[in-house]
Write a protein that binds this ligand. Structure first.
Ligand SMILES: Nc1ncnc2c1ncn2[C@@H]1O[C@H](COP(=O)(O)OP(=O)(O)OP(=O)(O)O)[C@@H](O)[C@H]1O
Length: 273
């Protein structure tokens, strides 16, 4: 099991080795919340000098203890909040706000309850200049991809949690983003559905070749899914290590190599607590 240093080197290596930078590069990102200067509110250093790169087509999971800044980092990468220091680049371009180059999936689905499954998937497409026929084809393709063709006209409230999350994934992928960015997407479903969604997500990833950055607090989930795992430490949030998951897919939880990776990542998370 190779531990790779998640330093600035990782960010620059990607750039150098490929000429043109692809995938995602998180470069020296820091975030300080609050601190009014009047002494009324103390500042919190949520992230400090976080650097790592996700290569194009790679599946990377981000794990760490509660409060290590996973949500903060996710929001910075998604362009929802600004970093205090450093930059995030996608395909070599700085991320300065939300962009259709990223499909974002949250734990809480965020579907529009007044729209059908089809209309939810079509939502982002309607903000592009694709032709109507192209949009129709894309929606049909996405419904097939996530196995919801028969639920095209259903409303979200009639769907199970797992089905809602499939709609959210289809909606995120519909505009053909470079990056699929996911924040604890399977955190609200039962264990059996979670395992099914994990298998389905791997199928989607393998068939689309998308770059995926997936935040989870579940180490087994990270070892099931990822090519590499970025392990964070808290106070301040920083990269402790980056672990290669060199276990063949499909991965079995009973496989000793799987267990070894889980134990290693748990040790890294526990170190220093
Ligand atoms: N809006 C905010 N204002 C001030 N402090 C914040 C804010 N959001 C987060 N923090 C602080 O920043 C640190 C990182 O929080 P964050 O929610 O990003 O961590 P996390 O790893 O996602 O935690 P969890 O796994 O518990 O959700 C924590 O100390 C938190 O209290």
């Amino acid at each position: 099991m190779a531990g790779v240093n998640g330093s600035r080197d990782a960010a620059s290596k990607t750039k150098e080795s490929r000429g043109r930078e692809t995938g995602v590069v998180v470069d020296g990102v820091g975030k300080t919340y609050g601190g009014s200067g009047s002494g009324e509110s103390a500042s919190v250093r949520a992230l400090d000098d976080v650097s790592f790169a996700v290569e194009r087509g790679e599946f990377v999971c981000l794990v760490g203890p509660s409060g290590c800044g996973k949500t903060t980092l996710f929001r910075i990468i998604a362009g929802l909040i600004d970093a205090t220091d450093g930059t995030v680049r996608l395909g070599g371009m700085p991320v300065t706000g939300p962009t259709t180059d990223m499909g974002v999936v949250f734990q809480e689905y965020h579907l529009f309850p007044w729209l059908t499954v089809e209309e939810n998937i079509r939502f982002g497409l309607d903000r592009t200049d694709r032709s109507m026929a192209d949009k129709d084809d894309r929606v049909t393709e996405m419904l097939e991809l996530v196995g919801l063709t028969d639920f095209r006209d259903a409303y979200p409230k009639t769907l199970s949690g797992g089905m809602k999350q499939r709609v959210a994934i289809a909606r995120a992928l519909a505009v053909d983003p470079e990056l699929l960015l996911m924040d604890e997407p399977f955190g609200a479903v039962d264990a059996q559905t979670r395992e099914m969604l994990q298998r389905e997500l791997l199928d989607v990833w393998q068939s689309t070749g998308k770059t995926v950055l997936f935040v989870t607090h579940d180490v087994s989930e990270a070892v099931t899914l990822a090519d590499r795992i970025v392990v964070m430490a808290a106070e301040p949030g920083r990269v402790r290590d980056v672990v290669d998951v060199d276990v063949d897919r499909p991965r079995e939880r009973g496989d000793p190599a799987f267990g070894k990776h889980v134990a290693h990542v748990r040790d890294l998370i526990g170190a220093g607590e």
